[in-house]
Design a binder for this molecule. Sequence first.
Ligand code: HAM
Length: 461
Amino acid sequence: MIKAVRGTRDLLPPDTALWNFVEAAVRDVFRAYNFQEIRTPIFEETALFARSVGEETDIVSKEMYTWEDRARTFSAWALELLESIRESVGGSASGTLEYISSSKAQIEADKWKGQSLTLRPENTAGVVRAYIQHDLEKRGLNKLYYIGPQFRRERPQKGRYRQFYQIGAEVIGPASAGSESPARDAEVLEMLATLLDRLGITDWTLELNSVGCANDRAKFNEALRQALEPVKDKMCADCQRRAVTNPLRVFDCKVPEDQPIIQKLPRISQFLDEGCRAHFDAVQEILTKVGVPFTLNDRLVRGLDYYTRTAFEFTHGALGAQNAILGGGRYDGLSEALGGPAAPGIGFAIGEDRLVMSLQEKSSAESVLRKPDAYVAPLGPGMNAEAARLAHELRRHDLVIELGDETFRLKKSFEAATKAGAKYILIVGENEVKADAFALKNLATGEQVQVARGDLAQKIR
Ligand code: HAM
């Protein structure tokens, strides 16, 4: 038997009802904050993730599903080449010739090359790519959200999958549209608290930090490098490499023996400049005012390289080791790093699998599932058509109707109606059709009444 691949899973009813319940609440809450949906492709060019999430991160260095796509056809390649020539030299014929002769070797090498593609391990990079590609700057402040699958080759365990689902949001735009304001950070965090409350998830903790701007990070990285120099030989191979290439990533280390060393390293909070400190203070002030509780954690650096200033995680006790229900932060330099205009932004992604797991603690999928209001039971030959007509009419009144089959005996119809969890069973037999009134039985109380066609919807509701 062929089974679902390790780390992936089927979401089946009734559990999918809980997923739909979550997504409906998300769309409702996000709408109130004026967010609109964006859908980006599930795969992108590999370079997008390397340049945004960062080469040294676990995600990019170990966990991506990357493949060399089949070579482009020669004509597709030639079209792309013409496009790039037009972009770089404009319409001039002599410029074109010069471009071709100076890049001849590169052109020859590229001609049959495939493209490196990657299943998205996260969605922020795709959103920022779309922001740049479609010139979304024109719209001023963009408040975008997405719901969809992401892919990371992690070791599967409870709450950790290789295909998992994120619900995320990004606020991005030119600074003149207010994208850099601490008010945006606080708004996003307050929206998250509202969403969790709305879903009935109460025992969460918001951990908050500022990871500073590029300048602070350079100073912090230097301090880390110095602090690591005398001790790095005692650390794991990954950390020895990180100590040189990207010391911040040492904080991602999970090796128990390295933890005492990591504990003693400098903290980013010691390196924040005036502007970052003031920004962080302002975020905290608003959060306090709107009543969102938080805990400061200056060891929180997050596992992606693009973060600047505010970084945060919400954790939930019920989740065990994989307790981060969501994470996010600012990424003020990301658009520029991808070749776009300056576009400060802040966002987050909720692990939907984990969110649903925390919900399952309290409410079962059955409790949010809408069961059939009535089971329409055709009785005897020729009654399928009559039953279908009646079901069609009732469904137009926003009732959930399950439909039986004329070959079922009455007993079997009752069993099927009970199994489906229907409230009523509605019998459609020859006599009922003639009278244009139908036997309606409440399956819980056993009460049975004869109801005229026109009154049925009212009575069932
Ligand atoms: P992240 O912390 O890598 O951030 O992922 C966000 C959330 O996705 C995690 O807190 C976790 O709940 C869930 N998650 C991650 N990996 C897995 C997995 N293998 N299985 C199940 N759930 C998982 C980001 O992805 C950023 N793009 C968030 C962001 C948006 N920052 C700014 N804007």
